[in-house]
Design a protein around this ligand. Structure first.
Ligand code: MSP
Length: 514
C-alpha cells in the first residue's frame, strides 16, 4: 500500500425493490465527485456503493414479481451496477448484502455486541413499517384515510408482536452526544446535527434488532429462528467492504473509520444514531462524518411512482449528455438543500455555463492558436498586469475549491471554478486577441497562451465533475495522462511552448430544443 493519506467514502446501499432513479444517481454522483477529487489531490481513495438486498420488503417484492428472492436481487442489483457504469462512477467496489463476506461480517459484529452485553432477548410489541423497514412509537404515528394509522413518512404500519432481540440503545445517549460534540463536524449540514442531537436528548428506547416473521436475511448466530433487523445488516456493509471482521488487515487499518457516509436526509437517523451506537458497543470507531443531502422534486412535485413522474437517469443522459447532467445535478442546488429538477434550468446551465462560458472560451482560444500561431503553442512575451492577475486567480483556485470540498459544499466548489471561467472570458474579450493579430502579433500570442494556460488548469479542476469532457480538453492541449493531477496546478507548471496542436473540436454543444 502507498504512503498516501487515505480517504474512504460510501453511498447508501440501494434497496432492490425499486429500479434506479435520479435520487439514487444523485447520491452516488456526489460521492463520485468527492472520490475523484481526493484521488487527484493525492489521496488513496476507497469509494464504495452497492445494493441492500435483505428484509421483508425485498422478500415481498420478489414474491410479487414471481421470483425467488435471490433471482430478483440478482436482476435488480445488476441494474444498479449498470447505472454506475453508465454514469461513469469510479467506485472501487460494489457490495451486495447477499454475499458470503457480508454474512460473516454481520454475524461477527452481532457476536461482539452480544459478548459486550448490549443485546438481550425479550418480546417486541409495537408498530412496524415494512416500506420504511423501521419501528415507530405510537406517538409518532399520523392519521391516514379512514382512521388508518400511518408512519410519519406516510408509509403503512402494522402491529407486530413477537420474540425479539434488543440492542441497548438507551445506554448510549451520553456517548452519542459526546460523539457529536467532540468531533466538530461529525454530522453535516449543521442543521441536521441539531436534528439528531435533539432526537437523542429526547431519550432513546432500546431497539428491536431481530425478527422471526420472515426468512430473507442474515440469521442471528446461535438462534437461526431469528433474522437480523435489516438495518444492522445493511449498515455493516461499510465495514465488510473494508475487510471486517479482519481488523488487522492492511485494508481495514488503512480505511476504517470511514471518512464520509453520504446519505439522503431520510436515512440520517440510522446513520448518525444507530450506526455509531452499534460500533461503540462493539468497541469500533464510528465514521468521521455523516453528510445528509436533500431531496429532488420534479418540476415542483414530489417524485413518486404513483404520480408517474419518476426521473430515469438513463433517459435524461440520453437527451442532455452525461457530463452535462453530472454538472447540472451538482451545480444547480447548494449541496444539502432540497432541489427542483426542471428542464428549463437544465437547458440554461448547459447553454450558459458549459456551451457559452467554458466551451466558447476554449474553442475560440484554441482555434486561434491553431490558425494563427503556426499550429503550435506560442511562447508568451512579457506579462501585463491583466495577464498576471488572471493567472494569479487560477493559480490560487485549488486552495479555494478544496476548502469547499472539505465540507462537501459541492456546488460552491463549482461556483468558485466558474467565477474564474467568467473572469477569463472578461479578460479574453477585453484583450481582443483577434484585433491584435494585425497590430501586435506578439501580444496576441501572449494573450492566447495565457488563456490556454487557464483552460489547462480549469480542465484539471473539472475532471471530478466532467471526467470525459475535461479529458477531451486536456487531450487538445496535449497534456500527458500523468500530468493531470492537482500537483500540476499553480504557477510551478505551465503549458509547454512549441507543442504541436491539432485542430480543436468544440466540447460543449449548445442544447437546441427540437
Ligand atoms: N437501503 C437503504 C439504505 C441503507 S444504507 C446502509 C435505502 N435505500 S434507498 O434505495 O431507498 O435510498 C437510497 C438513497 O437514495 C437515500 O439516501 C435517499 O435519500 C436517496 N433518494 C431516494 N429518492 C431521492 C430523491 N428524490 N432525491 C434525492 N435523493 C433521494 O434507504
Amino acid at each position: 500500500m502507498s504512503g498516501k493519506p487515505s480517504f474512504y467514502i460510501t453511498t447508501p446501499i440501494y434497496y432492490v425493490n425499486d429500479i434506479p432513479h435520479i435520487g439514487h444517481a444523485y447520491t452516488t454522483l456526489a460521492c463520485d465527485y468527492l472520490a475523484r477529487f481526493k484521488r487527484l489531490d493525492g489521496f488513496d481513495v476507497m469509494f464504495l456503493t452497492g445494493t441492500d438486498e435483505h428484509g421483508q420488503k425485498v422478500e415481498k417484492s420478489a414474491a410479487a414479481a414471481g421470483k425467488t428472492p435471490i433471482e430478483f436481487c440478482d436482476q435488480v442489483s445488476q441494474r444498479f451496477r449498470e447505472l454506475a457504469e453508465f454514469m461513469n462512477y469510479s467506485n472501487d467496489d460494489f457490495i451486495r448484502t447477499t454475499e458470503e463476506r457480508h454474512k460473516i461480517a454481520c454475524q461477527d459484529l452481532w457476536k461482539k455486541l452480544e459478548d459486550n452485553g448490549h443485546i438481550y432477548l425479550d418480546k417486541y410489541s409495537g408498530w412496524y413499517s415494512v416500506r420504511d423497514e423501521a419501528f415507530y412509537g405510537e406517538a409518532e404515528l399520523i392519521e391516514g384515510e379512514g382512521d388508518a394509522k400511518l408512519a410519519p413518512t406516510g408509509a403503512p404500519v402494522e402491529w407486530v408482536e413477537e420474540e425479539s432481540y434488543f440492542f441497548r440503545l438507551s445506554a448510549f445517549e451520553d456517548k452519542l452526544l459526546e460523539f457529536y460534540e467532540n468531533l466538530p463536524a461529525t454530522v453535516l449540514p449543521k442543521s441536521r446535527k441539531n436534528e439528531v442531537k435533539s432526537f437523542v436528548e429526547g431519550g432513546l428506547r432500546d431497539l428491536s434488532v431481530s425478527r422471526t416473521s420472515f426468512k430473507w436475511g442474515v440469521p442471528v448466530p446461535g438462534n437461526d429462528k431469528h433474522i437480523m433487523y435489516v438495518w444492522i445488516d445493511a449498515l455493516t456493509n461499510y465495514m465488510t467492504a473494508a475487510g471486517y471482521p479482519d481488523q488487522n488487515s492492511e485494508k481495514f487499518k488503512k480505511f476504517w473509520p470511514a471518512d464520509i457516509h453520504m446519505v439522503g436526509k431520510d436515512i440520517l437517523r440510522f446513520h448518525a444514531l444507530y450506526w455509531p451506537a452499534f460500533l461503540m458497543g462493539a468497541g469500533i470507531d464510528p465514521a468521521k462524518r455523516i453528510f445528509a443531502h436533500g431531496w429532488w422534486t420534479n418540476e415542483g412535485q414530489k417524485i413518486s411512482k404513483s404520480l408517474g413522474n419518476v426521473i430515469d437517469p438513463f433517459e435524461i443522459v440520453e437527451e442532455f449528455g452525461l457530463d452535462q447532467v453530472r454538472y447540472f445535478l451538482m451545480r444547480e442546488v447548494p449541496f444539502g438543500n432540497d432541489g427542483d429538477f426542471s428542464r428549463q434550468s437544465m437547458i440554461n446551465r448547459i447553454n450558459s455555463d458549459l456551451a457559452n462560458d467554458l466551451g466558447n472560451l476554449a474553442q475560440r482560444s484554441l482555434s486561434m492558436i491553431f490558425k494563427n500561431c503556426d499550429g503550435v503553442m506560442p511562447t508568451p512575451g512579457s506579462l501585463t498586469d491583466a495577464d498576471s492577475e488572471i493567472l494569479a486567480a487560477v493559480d490560487e483556485l485549488l486552495g479555494k475549491v478544496r476548502e469547499h470540498v472539505d465540507v462537501q459544499a459541492i456546488s460552491k466548489s463549482l461556483e468558485a471554478i466558474w467565477r474564474v471561467v467568467s473572469d477569463a472570458n472578461g479578460y479574453f474579450a477585453g484583450q481582443e486577441p483577434w484585433a491584435l493579430k494585425k497590430t501586435d502579433p506578439e501580444r496576441m500570442a501572449t494573450v492566447l497562451y495565457v488563456t490556454a494556460e487557464i483552460i489547462r488548469q480549469i480542465s484539471i479542476l473539472t475532471q471530478p465533475i466532467m471526467p470525459a469532457s475535461s479529458a477531451k480538453l486536456l487531450d487538445q492541449l496535449k497534456i500527458p495522462d500523468d500530468e493531470r493531477g492537482f500537483d500540476q496546478l499553480g504557477s510551478e507548471r505551465r503549458l509547454v511552448s512549441g507543442t504541436i496542436m491539432e485542430k480543436p473540436e468544440g466540447v460543449f454543444p449548445r442544447y437546441v430544443e427540437s
